[in-house]
Design a protein around this ligand. Sequence first.
Ligand SMILES: *Cc1c(COP(=O)(O)O)cnc(C)c1O
Length: 353
Amino acid sequence: MNGHDTIALEKQYVVQTYPRAPFVLTHGEGVIVYDAGGKPYLDFVAGIAVNALGHADPEIGQVIAEQAGRLIHTCNLYHTAPQAELARDLCAKSFADRVYFCNSGAEAIEAAIKFARKAARVRYGPGKTGVVAFHGAFHGRTMGALALTAREKYQAPYRPLMPDVTFAPFNDAEAAARVIGPDTCAVFVEPIQGEGGINPAQPAFLQALRALCDRYGAFLVFDEVQCGMGRSGHLWAHEPGGVTPDMMALAKPLAGGLPIGATLVTEAVASTLEVGDHGSTFAGGPLVTRVAQVVLARVSAPAFLAHVREVGGYLMDELRALKSPHIKEGARRGADGRRRAWRRGDQAGPCRV
Ligand SMILES: *Cc1c(COP(=O)(O)O)cnc(C)c1O
C-alpha cells in the first residue's frame, strides 16, 4: 500500500482530531524517520518528546521481544517483578517513596488530582478541594487534566469542567500567593512549560510555591511528563530549583515509546490511599515497565545527561548564530539554574551556560 492509500483511509475512517503532515512514516533509525517513498526526515518532534532513545533502538527492541515472549499483561490483581522493580528504581532516583502506575500523562495528572483530594480530605476534612494551576500550562485532555489546562480552545467544547480550579500567571510568586490559601489542596506546575512555549520556571518561583504549599498544607505537584526524564540535561527538570514536590507526573518518554504513565508520591500522600481508591486495567504491565526500567537506567546515567547538556547548549548556540528570521525566541538554563533568554534582534553574542 502506498502513502496515498493510507492517507485516504485515515481521512475516511479515523476521527479527525489531528492535523497530520501529508506523508506516511514507515520506519526510523536513531534521529531519522523515513516515509513511504523512502524519503528521510530529521526527527525534531521525537514523537512529541517520547522517543528519548531515538527510533529502533536495538536494546529496546530486544527487551520488548524478550518480555513479550514471556508475559505482556496480567492486570493488577497479581504481582510481577518489572512493575515492582521500576517503582523501586524511580524512588531511588527521585524524592518519591511510592509510585502509582497508569498509561498516559493525562492519567498521571488525573491520579495526582484524586490523590490530592483524598489526602487533603483524610488529613484536614472535607472542603479543602481547591486546585491552582498556571497560565500557559498543559496537563492533558481528560476532564480533570483539561480543567487544569487554561486553553480556551481545548476547554470550550467540554464545559462544565471540574470546579474549584484557579489559574495564576506563571513565574509570578506574588500572584501565586494571592490564589494559594487554606482551601487549596494542590498546586500543579510544569518546571519547564512544554506546550505553552518552552518556559522554564524560575527557581525562586518554585521555591515560593513550595513555601506557600507548606504554609497552607497543600500538595505541590510537578508535571514532568514532558520536561522530565533527562530532557533538560538533569534527570528531573526541577533539580536546579532545589525544591522537591509531594507528587510528580511522568509519562511521555518513560517507556521508550510504549504507553505508560506514573504518579510519584511521598509516603505522606501514599499513606492516605487505600485498596480500591484508584486503579487501571493496563497500568504498570510487565512489558511497559520492563522497558521503562531500561530507559530510566540509560537516561539517568551521568554521561548521558552530560551529553544532553552538551548537545543542547551547542544546538542553542548554533541556532542563535544562524540569525534566522524564523527563530523568534530561545532560552535555556545556565548552570546556576537561571534562565538565559534571547529574542530575535538581541545584539548580545551567543548565550553561554
Ligand atoms: C503531553 C503532556 C501531558 C499529557 O500526556 P498524554 O500522555 O498526552 O495524556 C501532560 N502534561 C504535559 C506537561 C505534557 O506535555
